[in-house]
Every structure is written in C-alpha cells, then in structure tokens.
Design a protein around this ligand. Structure first.
Ligand SMILES: O=P(O)(O)OC[C@H]1O[C@](O)(CO)[C@@H](O)[C@@H]1O
Length: 415
C-alpha cells in the first residue's frame, strides 16, 4: 500500500496514552468522523478535498504564472490570513531572503503597517511589478485598504496589466473594484475557507510563480488523504491532550523552510477549533532558534504543552566545520557538518522533552520538497477536521471574529 512519507515517533507518555481504553474509543469516533467527512464530501461540502485529485486547473494556473514571470520581476500578493499564509508556506520552499529560483520574486503583504508599505513602495519598480489582491470574502478591510493604495500608482490602462484580483464570484467591494476598473478577476472557489484554500488557486497561483511544482504539492496531499490513519491517530492524541489539561499545542520544526508552515498551522488550529470554550492554543516555534528562547519554559514551566517536532535527516549535510588550530574545547566539531549539529540538537531536545515526560511526538520526513509539503499540509488539515469532529465543533467558521470586523468599520467611519 502506498503510504505517505511522514513517520511518527511517540514519547513513552504518548505511547501509554495509545494503550488506554479512552484512546481506543476516541479512535473509533475519529474513524466515524472521517467517514462522515467523506459523506459530506460526496454531498459537495468540502470541495478542497476533491480539488487535490484534479489537475485540469493546473494548466491554466501554469499559463498565468508563465506570463507573469515574463512581465514582472516582482509579484506582490495583497491579502491576509488564509488568503496569504498557504501561499507563503509553499513559496518558502523556493525563495528566501538569500535566494529565489524564479525570475519573479513573490512578496506577501499581509499587514497594514504604513511604515512597511511606504518602504515597499519606495523600493518597487512599479512598471516591473504585478499585484494580486486575494480575499475570499472580498470585504476584508485590510486587503481593500492595501489595494486602494496601489490603484493610484497606475494609469487606467496600466492597472489592467499590473493589478489582478482573486475573490469569490459574488457581489463584494473587491469584485466591484475589479469590475469598475476592468481588472482581471480570478474566482476563489466557493465553499472553501481561506485556511483550507492552499491547494486551490489561492495557494497555488503565487506558488507557481515562485517556481513550485504545484502538481507535486497536490500529489502529496492525495497520499495523506488516501492513507488518513496517522492523521486520525494524531487528532485523537491532540484531543486527549486537551482533555488532560495540555492546553498549548507546540509545533517546532527543525527546518527553516517550514517557518511559514508554522504560521499557517497556527491559523488553521486556532480558527478551526477555538470555539464554545474549547480548543487548545497553537504555539509556533522553530528549532534550534527557540531552544535559546522558549525551551526553558517548555521544559520547566507549566506542564500544559503538547509537542510536535518536525525533523529531517541532515546528517553529513551542509558545510563542514573547520576547526582552527590551537582553539581548545572544539573537538566535538571534528569531522562534523552543520547538518550533524542540527541532528544532535534535534535529538537532544527530543530526549530532554521525553525525559521530562512531556507528551511529545516527532515527525520525521526524508527530505522537504513539494510532495512532502503537500503531505504535511493535508495531514494537518485532516488532523484539525477530525479533532473538530471529536470536540463537536464546526471547523469551518469563525463567528467570533466577525464582531471585531464590524466594529473596525464603525470606528473608521468615526461613529
Ligand atoms: O480571505 P478573506 O475573506 O479576506 O479573509 C481573510 C481572513 O480573515 C478571516 O476571515 C478572519 O478574520 C480568516 O478566516 C480569513 O482567512
């Protein structure tokens, strides 16, 4: 049986949990929950799950990406939350502050700090820049504000060549702007929430521009969807953790390219499960950096954290460490590479957490590429959806946020 490439190691504490009757009963519920999701999917309720098996739309996305790479040196994605974080996660595979594989760099503007926008505008060559404003609802004030500051930078004919919109095909301020100025408008798939939209054009169009093989991303997602058992087991463990009072869910990869993934996860977990007094608080961290910032708290602070580390085998990888003659106490670096140090750090932290009896699981991936990223994204989507089923929560809405959005508009009007 083809199985995905994420392997999971559980600490003794978690292993003990899996032997309990509670685990067995929750796993049965999780399996029933997954079957329910499949039934809902058949009724058309979760189009994002169907989309990963499709490839026809990828040709269109690829064609647009190809054209924009010819036309622009920079593509600025305007949007926030689920309209930005999925694409940021994928693009991190191919671009960083130091490098990019594509001729067009993708920048994400997901805030409205005037200082940042002024810096951006003063550094851009607008004639070689494209803007893509993404908003599912087309009503998000931040995204509209960003777009409305970009529009005056271009003449009307220029706008049509430089500014593009991606939003749901229904009446909204964003769609009206697109219609009024004749801007090309791509449809955000209906019924797909932002935090579940990474496998749609929302996540894949910016990623294709950054040089991501988007077909492989979907293939990875299919691997997990076809073999969901470990995601169901993961959901059970996270829900057991919540029941046992572990109210914080820490995700700490030892891979820089998963930095944005941890922010994507944070939104997915928080917005999907933080309802009706339930849910656990996602904490995103990065190994080894947060060993020197958060680990003291993790090990010796309140015992309220459930840990997931994501590791990959970088043994003998990276630059060799050269030890200068005559410097004492550096022998441990002898014949070692940077990757060797990373491996030792991952192991040391995992073992320390386990020795302290912190509930810890370790995901090991053979290497990080598009397929594995697709697997990780789908794994976490499933884990979240199943956890929601176990907690009797609707994973797909965020009603509490709406109040603040209405107040923001009222305050801006001066009422
Ligand atoms: O894509 P939109 O509609 O602009 O929303 C952006 C984000 O804002 C939220 O609705 C929360 O306010 C998120 O769920 C969403 O991802």
């Amino acid at each position: 049986m083809a199985i995905h490439s994420i392997s999971m190691l559980l600490s003794d504490v978690l292993h003990e949990w899996t032997l309990s009757p509670e685990y067995v009963s929750l796993l049965e519920k999780a399996i029933a929950g997954f079957e329910e999701i499949q039934q809902e999917q058949k009724k058309g309720q979760h189009p994002f799950l169907d989309s990963v098996y499709k490839s026809d739309d990828l040709i269109f996305i690829g064609e647009i990406a190809h054209k924009w790479c010819q036309d622009f040196k920079t593509l600025v994605v305007l949007g926030t939350g689920g309209s930005s974080l999925g694409a940021q996660t994928l693009c991190a595979l191919k671009q960083s502050v130091f490098h990019q594989t594509s001729s067009c760099r993708v920048l994400f503007m997901d805030n409205i700090d005037p200082h940042t926008f002024e810096s951006l505008f003063s550094s851009l060559d607008f004639q070689k820049t494209g803007f893509l404003a993404i908003s599912k609802s087309g009503t998000t004030a931040e995204t509209l504000c960003q777009l409305l500051t970009v529009l005056p930078r271009y003449t009307l004919p220029e706008m049509k060549k430089h500014i593009f919109i991606l939003t749901e095909p229904k009446l909204s301020p964003l769609r009206q702007i697109a219609e009024q100025y004749g801007l090309e408008c791509f449809d955000h798939p209906l019924g797909v929430g932002g935090r579940f939209s990474v496998f749609a054009n929302v996540g894949l169009l910016p990623s294709a521009i950054a040089g991501i093989d988007i077909k492989r991303v979907r293939q990875g997602a299919c691997q997990v969807l076809d073999n969901p058992l470990s995601a169901l087991e993961g959901a059970v463990l996270t829900v057991m953790a919540a029941y046992k009072g572990y109210s914080q869910n820490v995700l700490m990869p030892y891979i820089d390219r998963l930095y944005y993934f941890t922010f994507w996860f944070r939104q997915l977990w928080a917005e999907s499960l933080g309802k009706k007094g339930q849910g656990t608080t996602p904490l995103n961290a990065l190994g080894t950096v947060d060993q020197h910032s958060q680990l003291q708290l993790y090990l010796d602070g309140p015992r309220d954290k459930f840990f997931t580390l994501i590791c990959t085998n970088v043994q003998q990888k990276g630059m060799k460490v050269e030890i200068p003659q005559g410097i004492k106490d550096l022998d441990y670096f002898s014949q070692k590479t940077m990757g060797d140090l990373m491996i030792a750090e991952q192991r040391a932290t995992a073992e320390t957490l386990m020795n302290k009896k912190c509930p810890t699981r370790i995901f090991s991936i053979p290497e990080l590429n598009e397929e594995v990223m697709g697997e990780l994204l789908m794994y976490y989507m499933l884990e979240t959806m199943i956890a929601a089923k176990l907690l009797n929560i609707n994973a797909f809405d965020q009603p509490a946020v709406e109040e603040g959005k209405i107040l923001t508009r009222t305050y801006l009007k001066g009422n």
